[in-house]
Design a protein around this ligand. Structure first.
Ligand SMILES: NC(=O)c1ccc[n+]([C@@H]2O[C@H](COP(=O)([O-])OP(=O)(O)OC[C@H]3O[C@@H](n4cnc5c(N)ncnc54)[C@H](OP(=O)(O)O)[C@@H]3O)[C@@H](O)[C@H]2O)c1
Length: 228
């Protein structure tokens, strides 16, 4: 599969890391944030040489695949019409230090990426790049070239699975399909999978044991059932 142009919305720790990794791996990367192009460009030229700084509307317009790397609580700043028809890789997580101590966006009954998909109703959303810290995303790729680290993803759109898998593979990871978006809950803060940069077999083993952990018990008590 040809490398498609990737647009990153959000130019903080995760956005600049993915921009750097992507350009190093031959992707055309467009990136934007709330800052003016002029203010952001020197940061991107330093942090992710080769990535193209644009306004957020231009990032959306000129990119095939969009990665969301903004605070989850800012998702309503996104323009659903502009993102209609785009593949959107939702890397956002509810992070109470940033998004507020009480999560009024997502819950054990609805993963945050389901909320994003409902908001971006005409986009093809996949949850991806969520469970690994930005430092691990960069370091672990090159540290274990022989045993790639699992990068789990979830989506309700079967037709984009090959594209998502190609992107994750080309970024240097072993893509692990969790199924529909609701299983993205397994990747969110509080889950034993959150923060993991481990090979596929270990990751799958942890998924299989998730309902014997406190996080799994919380899913059961709040949903009344497993994610099925
Ligand atoms: N850090 C990680 O290791 C990691 C790993 C996986 C997932 N995530 C998730 O990825 C997201 C980004 O995390 P981060 O650590 O990179 O945060 P960060 O360092 O605070 O960066 C957030 C970026 O988003 C920009 N932004 C905020 N609102 C925006 C909007 N409406 N439109 C365009 N850009 C906007 C910010 O611009 P300003 O400078 O104007 O605020 C900033 O460039 C979060 O949801 C986080 O939970 C983070």
């Amino acid at each position: 599969m040809d490398k498609q142009t990737i647009g990153i919305i959000g130019a903080g720790k995760l956005g600049t890391t993915l921009a750097r990794l992507g350009t190093q791996r031959g992707f055309t990367i467009n990136i934007g944030s709330r800052h003016s192009v002029q203010d952001l460009k020197w940061v991107i030229d330093t942090m992710a040489p080769g990535a193209v700084t644009m306004s957020t509307p231009d990032v959306i317009k000129h990119s095939d695949i969009i990665i969301l790397a903004i605070p989850l609580s800012h998702y309503r700043d996104l323009d659903p019409a502009a993102l209609a028809g785009k593949i959107v890789l939702d890397a956002t997580n509810y992070w109470k230090e940033v998004d507020g101590t009480v999560n009024t966006i997502s819950s054990m009954k609805e993963s945050s990426s389901e909320v994003i998909q409902a908001y971006l109703q005409d986009s093809l959303v996949a949850k991806a790049f969520n469970h690994m810290g930005y430092h691990d995303i960069e370091i672990e790729v090159d540290r274990h070239p022989e045993v790639r680290r699992a990068m789990a993803y979830a989506t309700d759109h079967d037709e984009i699975r090959p594209v998502v898998e190609a992107v994750l593979t080309q970024f240097g990871f072993d893509p692990l399909d969790l199924g529909p978006l609701r299983f993205g809950l397994y990747l969110e803060p509080g889950s034993p999978l959150f923060g993991e940069a481990i090979p596929r077999a270990e990751f799958v083993d942890k998924i299989n044991r998730i309902y014997s952990t406190p996080f799994g018990a919380k899913i059961l008590s709040e949903r009344g059932q497993q994610v099925v």
